[in-house]
Design a protein around this ligand. Structure first.
Ligand code: 2P0
Length: 328
C-alpha cells in the first residue's frame, strides 16, 4: 500500500503546437492515434497544477482558474484521476487546483498543458515515480496532445499499437533551433466542434481518411529530414501542407465542417503575400480559426509588423520553443 503524503505536489507544463497533426483515434478509450505526430512545445502558455490525495475527502475536488468545476469537466478530471489511482493502488479522493497562464488573448487554450501538468502532479502525489515515457503514456489518457507536452522542443508522438507503446519522446534530430511562432488570435470563443467530435467524424465519414494515414506518415519522415538538414524552407512547406491536409478531412466529412472563418483566410493570404515578397513564413492551424505563423528570427519583426497592422497588437503573440514538464 502506498503511503500518501498530505502535501500537495505542484507541476507546470507548456502547451505545444503540432506541425504534423494528430487527427483521429484508433482506440477512443485509450487514446491511441491512427498516425504519429510531431510538435514544438511553446514557451509561454502553460498550466500550473497542484494535486493532493486525501483519505478524508468524500469526492474529488477540482478548481480551475479560481472556480470550482462540475459536470463534464469534473468528470474528465475524475476519470483521469481514477486511472492514476488504479496505477498507484490507492483509493483516496484528490484535491486538484489548476491555473492556466495565457498571454493576453493568445487563443492558445489547450488541453495539452492541462493534462501534462495533471499527469505529473497527480502521479507523484499518488506515490508513483514514473519514467518520462510512462508519464507521457499517462498524460495521453487525459488528452492525446498532452503526451507531447511532457517534453520540450521538438517532440514526436509514436502512434504505437496499444497503451504500452503509444507515447512521445523528444526528437533526436538537433537542427532548426531558430524557430519563432507568431500566434494570431482570430477568435477567442470556444470552438463549435470539439477536436474529439471533429476527429471522430473525420475518421468515420471522410473518404480521404485512409489516404491521410499514409500521407501523414510520409510528411513525418520528410519533416524529420528537414529538421536534421536544418532546411527551414522544407520544414515550413511540409508543416503548411500537413495542416491543410488535416483540414481537408473536415471539409470532406459528412456532414462537412470547417474550423476557418473569414479572418483565418485573410491571415493565410497575408502569409502567402509576405512569402512572395521574400519574407519567408508559413502557417499552421489547429481545430479552431486561430492561425500560427512559423518563421525565423530575422524575418520576425516584419511579419509581426504586418499582422499588427491587420489585427492590432493585442491579437499578435510571439512565441518560441519551450521546456518540458517541471515540478515546482
Ligand atoms: C494536434 N489537435 O496534433 C491536433 C491538431 C488539434 C489539431 O491534438 O481528443 O485535445 O483530447 O485526444 O489532444 C487536439 O486534440 O484531443 C489536437 P483528445 P486533443 O495537436
Amino acid at each position: 500500500m502506498t503511503t500518501l503524503s498530505n502535501d500537495p505536489v505542484r507541476a507546470l507544463a507548456h502547451t505545444n503546437i503540432a506541425l504534423i497533426k494528430y487527427w483521429g483515434k484508433k482506440d477512443e478509450q485509450l487514446i491511441i492515434p491512427y498516425t504519429s505526430s510531431l510538435s514544438l512545445t511553446l514557451d509561454q502558455f502553460y498550466t500550473e497544477t497542484s494535486v493532493r490525495f486525501d483519505q478524508s475527502l468524500s469526492a474529488d475536488k477540482v478548481e480551475i482558474d479560481g472556480a470550482a468545476v462540475s459536470g463534464k469537466s469534473w468528470q474528465r478530471v475524475h476519470d483521469f484521476l481514477t486511472v492514476v489511482r488504479q496505477l498507484a493502488g490507492i483509493n483516496a479522493a484528490a484535491e486538484v487546483i489548476s491555473l492556466n497562464h495565457v498571454p493576453i488573448a493568445a487563443g492558445l487554450a489547450s488541453s495539452a498543458s492541462a493534462f501534462a501538468a495533471l499527469a505529473a502532479a497527480a502521479s507523484r502525489a499518488a506515490g508513483l515515480q514514473l519514467a518520462s515515457k510512462d508519464l507521457s503514456r499517462l498524460a495521453r489518457r487525459g488528452s492525446g496532445s498532452a503526451c507531447r507536452s511532457i517534453f520540450g522542443g521538438f517532440v514526436e508522438w509514436q502512434r504505437g499499437h496499444d497503451d504500452t507503446d503509444s507515447y512521445a519522446s523528444p526528437l533526436q534530430q538537433t537542427g532548426l533551433k531558430d524557430i519563432s511562432v507568431i500566434a494570431l488570435t482570430v477568435e477567442s470563443k470556444p470552438k463549435s466542434i470539439s477536436s474529439r467530435e471533429g476527429m471522430n467524424r473525420s475518421v468515420t465519414t471522410s473518404p480521404y481518411y485512409p489516404t491521410w494515414v499514409n500521407v501523414a506518415q510520409n510528411d513525418l519522415v520528410d519533416i524529420k529530414l528537414a529538421i536534421a538538414a536544418n532546411d527551414f524552407t522544407k520544414f515550413g512547406t511540409i508543416s503548411e501542407l500537413n495542416a491543410m491536409r488535416m483540414h481537408a478531412l473536415t471539409l470532406s466529412a459528412a456532414p462537412d465542417f470547417m474550423y476557418f472563418n473569414g479572418e483565418t483566410l485573410t491571415a493565410m493570404n497575408l502569409v502567402k503575400r509576405l512569402r512572395h515578397q521574400g519574407i519567408e513564413c508559413y502557417y499552421t492551424i489547429d481545430a479552431g480559426p486561430n492561425v500560427k505563423v512559423i518563421c525565423q528570427q530575422a524575418n520576425k519583426p516584419q511579419i509581426v509588423d504586418a499582422f499588427t497592422k491587420l489585427l492590432g497588437p493585442k491579437r499578435v503573440t510571439t512565441l518560441k520553443a519551450g521546456p518540458g514538464v517541471q515540478y515546482l
